[in-house]
Write a protein that binds this ligand. Structure first.
Ligand code: PLP
Length: 235
């Protein structure tokens, strides 16, 4: 995966070290994370708070960085603020305020990204692109949070459309940097489309399947929001 990232970066005229790899370990057992850590991977992404906490507890002996990449409901903000290092899915001021109030001071600021719904699909979470700048400015003011940038999941399918959505996120990001926000993270691109995202300026790609293989179906939870709905645009 690192070779694939490096190749995509060089093809885009970028230095390989400008693209960070987040290993998305949702629905994968803790032991797979341990193996990946042994192979040098430190940052892991999880979609469900409860599932992540169990893995954090099982892997407490390792030096890991945990990112929440699934939608965050208000009844889970306290656990997210206490246990995660990053929350990539801040999509409202209300959730950001709760995270700011609930982040334990001893843990230092929570690193956050504003998730932008670049495809406009009703099934996707994230703030509308027109509202993203205002939300980012508000989040940047909150104590105990450090706004690092933006995150998006584009519409699957047509690569040209995906690429246009990645570009839109990059343009929003660049506009915020121009107005003076100290942002350094543009989180976009997954197993299928990381090359496109890197060509459009991604500084962090979130990769699950291409690292761990297919997610085990048995671990899926029918009652929880499904990642397939989040990535396929199904209602
Ligand atoms: C599942 C997921 C990923 C990883 O997807 P793959 O296609 O398995 O690489 C990345 N980002 C988010 C938000 C996800 O939910």
């Amino acid at each position: 995966m690192r070779a694939r990232i490096a190749q995509a970066a060089v093809a885009a005229g970028r230095a390989p070290e400008t693209v960070a790899l987040l290993a998305v370990s949702k629905q994968q057992p803790a032991e797979r994370i341990r193996e990946a850590r042994t192979a040098g991977q430190r940052a892991f992404g999880e979609n469900y708070v409860q599932e992540a906490l169990a893995k954090m507890d099982a892997l407490g002996d390792l030096d890991l960085e945990w990112h929440l990449v699934g939608p965050l409901q208000s009844n889970k903000t306290r656990l997210a603020a206490e246990r995660f290092d990053w929350v990539q899915t801040v999509a409202s001021e209300r959730i950001a305020e709760r995270l700011a109030a609930q982040r334990p001071a001893a843990r230092g600021p929570l690193e956050v990204l504003v998730q932008v719904n670049v495809s406009g699909e009703a099934s996707k979470s994230g703030v509308a692109p027109q509202a993203a700048a205002a939300l980012a400015r508000a989040v940047a003011q909150l104590p105990n949070l450090r706004l690092r940038g933006l995150m998006a999941i584009p519409e699957p399918g047509d690569p040209a459309r995906r690429r246009a959505q990645f570009r839109r996120l990059r343009e929003l990001f660049a506009a915020l940097v121009r107005e003076g926000l100290a942002l350094d993270t543009l989180s976009m691109g997954m197993s299928e489309d990381m090359e496109l995202a890197i060509a459009e300026g991604a500084t962090m790609v979130r990769v699950g399947t291409a690292i761990f293989g297919p997610r085990p179906a048995a671990a899926r939870r029918p009652s929880a929001p499904q990642p397939s709905a989040e990535t396929s645009g199904a209602p």
